[in-house]
Design a protein. Structure first.
Lengths: 62, 213
C-alpha cells in the first residue's frame, strides 16, 4: 500500500494541477494591450476599435 | 494555418480584419519564440507583437491572465468585445478550429459598418441591470435618427439572431424602454449571454447582456 501511495504521489507531481482557464470569456470586453512588432512598429488593440475585427493568435509558453 | 486566415481576409475583406500574433511572456523569455514561430510557419506576414505581457499571473496588466499561458485563438469585434475565445471551449492542443474561427470572424464582420468611430460614439446605449432576470432596462439616444426607424437586434454568441424589435422614436433625447427577454414567438429566452445591438442610420452599438433567470 505505501508503494502504491508513493506511486500515486509521483504521478500527481508529474501531471501537475489541471491548467486554469483564462480570465476572460466570449462576451467580455477585451483589455487594452500594446506591443511592438518585429519591424519596430508599436501597435495597440485600441488602434483597431471602430474599424477592424482583430484576430489574436496568442503564443504561449509551449 | 494562421497565415492562411490572414491571407483569406486580406483578399476577401481588405482593411477590415487585422490578424496579430502576441506573446504573453516578456521578450526575454519568449520573444525569441516569435521569431522562431515566423520562420517555422513560413515567413508570416501579419504583425507579431513582443512585450504585450509581463508573464506575471498575478498582474492585471499582462495577457496571461485574460488569454491563458498557452497557445490560444481570439476574435475581438470592432467594439472591443471578445466574440470567440478558443480557451472557452477547447483544451490546449486542440484549440485550432478553423471553421469556428471563420464563423466568428464573419459574424463580427457583419456587424462592422463603414461608419466613422466619432459618429458611432455620439450614439449612446446603456443597459441595466446587467445581469438581469426578467426585464432589461435599455436607455439609448440617437442624435440624428434619420428617416428609417432604429431597431434592436439580439444575438447569441454564435451570431444567431434570437430577437428583434423596433426602437421607439425619441428624437435625439435619451429614451428608456424595457425589454422582457422574449424571442419573436413570445417565448422566454434561455439564460445566458447575448449581444444587444442598436442599429440606426447612424451606425450600430453593441452591448453584452447576461440573462440569469
Amino acid at each position: 500500500m505505501p508503494r502504491r501511495l508513493a506511486l500515486l504521489g509521483v504521478l500527481a507531481l508529474l501531471l501537475g494541477p489541471a491548467p486554469a482557464r483564462a480570465g476572460l470569456h466570449a462576451g467580455d470586453t477585451a483589455p487594452e494591450f500594446r506591443g511592438t512588432d518585429l519591424t519596430g512598429v508599436s501597435r495597440r488593440l485600441s488602434d483597431y476599435h471602430g474599424s477592424k475585427v482583430v484576430v489574436l493568435f496568442v503564443l504561449g509558453n509551449t | 494555418m494562421e497565415q492562411e486566415i490572414w491571407q483569406y481576409y486580406q483578399a476577401n475583406a481588405p482593411g477590415r480584419v487585422q490578424v496579430l500574433g502576441t506573446d504573453v511572456f516578456p521578450s526575454g523569455t519568449n520573444g525569441s519564440l516569435l521569431a522562431q514561430f515566423r520562420i517555422n510557419a513560413g515567413n508570416l506576414t501579419f504583425p507579431l507583437l513582443r512585450d504585450c505581457g509581463d508573464g506575471n499571473f498575478a498582474s492585471d496588466t499582462n495577457l496571461v491572465k485574460p488569454y491563458n499561458q498557452r497557445d490560444n485563438y481570439v476574435v475581438i469585434d470592432a467594439d472591443g468585445v471578445i466574440r470567440y475565445h478558443a480557451d472557452d471551449a477547447w483544451d490546449y492542443g486542440d484549440r485550432y478550429h478553423v471553421n469556428e474561427l471563420r464563423s466568428a470572424i464573419n459574424a463580427a464582420l457583419a456587424d462592422l459598418l463603414p461608419v466613422p468611430l466619432e459618429t458611432r460614439e455620439r450614439m449612446t446605449l446603456e443597459v441595466s441591470p446587467n445581469p438581469f432576470t426578467r426585464r432589461l432596462g435599455i436607455t439609448f439616444a440617437i442624435p440624428a435618427p434619420g428617416t428609417s426607424p432604429a431597431r434592436f437586434r439580439v444575438f447569441d454568441l454564435a451570431g444567431r439572431e434570437v430577437s428583434c424589435f423596433d426602437a421607439p422614436a425619441g428624437g435625439s433625447a435619451a429614451t428608456r424602454i424595457v425589454w422582457d427577454a422574449r424571442d419573436a414567438s413570445g417565448a422566454a429566452l434561455a439564460p445566458g449571454l447575448y449581444l444587444l445591438r442598436l442599429e440606426s442610420s447612424m451606425g450600430r452599438l453593441t452591448r453584452r447582456i447576461i440573462l440569469a433567470r
